[in-house]
Design a protein. Structure first.
Length: 425
């Protein structure tokens, strides 16, 4: 997808700007409060904070011995790995009520669970175990042990941290693992458990001890690099290194763990273990925005996992039909937006709406260069001016928002590039 590659390059170079005077936008607010859960490993607690303001919302009533990573299941409930007991616990996704051990302590030899994840169809839960140095597979509906999914006897895994599923169709039926001590991101078949390849090669871009994984609104893959105290960005399809999205030590970042995109603006939230806080970075530029929560104020210690309430898994791609007449470009190109993924654990049909179209040239009035775009609706077809009389590529950034029936939101972006007219007639 040519425009996807362009999008990654443009975002990596910091060329996408928002100008309130010339950007067309529609920015509704979620109707319900949304929050994130934070695992406090040293105090055996799960904290809740409002996603945008960082307002303290309390601690879940049930303690979790050594909480590590967590995930939202196909019914919207929260599942948390309890490292000190070798169990995975379940909580109601709305009330926070403790629902019991979903995976029993020690089941199948589970000893020190790190990062559990449910397959999108709810069939399996795959759990990394630091003692096994691999992953175990459990029934996604009953929690019963099935088998050892991957370990050093049959795969190159070493340091089983965060698993994640890719939104791209070519990765259907595959799961990605952050292999912390091989400094790589590996691809496995969900059914067979076979290791297939490294998506991110060992040490690519200086990657050192990857722990957290997340796909960003731009469709790229982000990972916390604990050994370099940074967050690195890779092409979501090829695994090619793009940049250090969050540079080493930005805003004091040290030994980052979980990373997630969330909040109304889908910014990047990073757990900084050694500074005992949660830091927020701009989703487009990677610039530090704020400290969302601090252990010195609220009492959490050695934070590990961070997980937002249920929200859409939402990604887009764009294509522009740049037609010609009499050997010259037509004035406007027809743009079509395709939704790669909009699945959601609690809502099979989240609302999708066009939020904004911006451009990298501050002298361009978007309203005069974009036609037929209906903001605030699920409009996936419009036109963009196909002429560009400057010497630089004109890059339009298109942003959509998906909202589920619980008020959880996620943004998705892509770009359309119009090359200079005089050099590309």
């Amino acid at each position: 997808m040519k425009n996807r590659v362009i999008s990654m390059f443009v975002l990596a170079m910091g060329m996408s700007y928002t100008f309130h005077s010339n950007a067309a936008t529609h920015d509704p607010q979620p109707e319900q409060d949304q929050w994130y859960y934070l695992s406090s490993s040293a105090t055996d607690e799960i904290y809740r904070f409002e996603e945008d303001t960082g307002k303290y919302l309390g601690i879940l009533d049930q303690s979790v011995p050594g909480p590590f990573a967590s995930f939202i299941g196909t019914d919207g409930d929260l599942f948390v790995a309890a490292q000190s007991t070798g169990a995975v616990l379940r909580f109601d996704g709305i009330t926070g009520e403790y629902l019991g051990e979903f995976i029993k302590a020690g089941s199948g030899g589970l000893t020190k669970p790190a990062a559990p994840l449910m397959t999108p169809d709810g069939k399996y839960i795959i759990v990394g175990d630091l003692i096994l140095n691999g992953y175990l597979r459990f029934d996604g509906q009953t929690g019963a042990f099935i088998d050892i999914f991957a370990d050093p006897s049959n795969s190159p895994i070493n340091g089983p941290f965060m698993p994640i599923f890719s939104p791209y169709p070519e990765f259907a039926g595959k799961i990605l693992f952050a292999s912390g001590f091989t400094n790589s991101i590996q691809v496995y078949d969900v059914e067979s458990g076979n290791y297939e390849r490294d998506l991110v090669a060992p040490g690519s871009g200086g990657l050192t001890v990857p722990i957290g994984l997340s796909f960003g609104p731009d469709g790229n893959l982000y990972t916390s690099s604990a050994g370099t105290s940074s967050v690195k960005r890779y092409d979501g399809q090829t695994g090619e290194y793009i940049d250090d999205f969050v540079p080493t030590g930005s805003a004091g970042l040290k030994n980052p763990r979980a990373i997630e995109f969330g909040g109304t603006n889908s910014n990047l939230y990073v757990v900084s273990n050694d500074t005992n806080n949660v830091l927020v970075y701009d989703r487009i530029t990677g610039e530090f925005l704020s400290e969302s929560a601090a252990g010195s104020e609220f009492g959490f210690l050695e934070p590990r996992g961070l997980m937002f309430t249920a929200r859409p898994n939402f990604f887009i791609s764009s294509s522009a039909k740049k037609e010609r007449a009499n050997g010259k470009r037509k004035r406007f190109a027809k743009v079509t937006i395709d939704v790669i993924s909009e699945n959601d654990t609690v809502d099979n049909n989240p609302d999708v709406e066009l939020i904004s179209i911006t451009v990298n040239d501050p002298n361009i009035d978007v309203s005069r260069n974009v036609r037929g775009a209906r903001y605030g609706t699920d409009d996936r077809k419009f036109r963009i001016r196909n002429t560009n009389y400057s010497n630089e590529d004109r890059v339009y950034t298109v942003t959509y928002r998906a909202t589920n029936n619980r008020g959880g939101t996620m943004l998705a972006t892509d770009t359309i590039t119009i090359e200079p007219t005089y050099t590309h007639n």
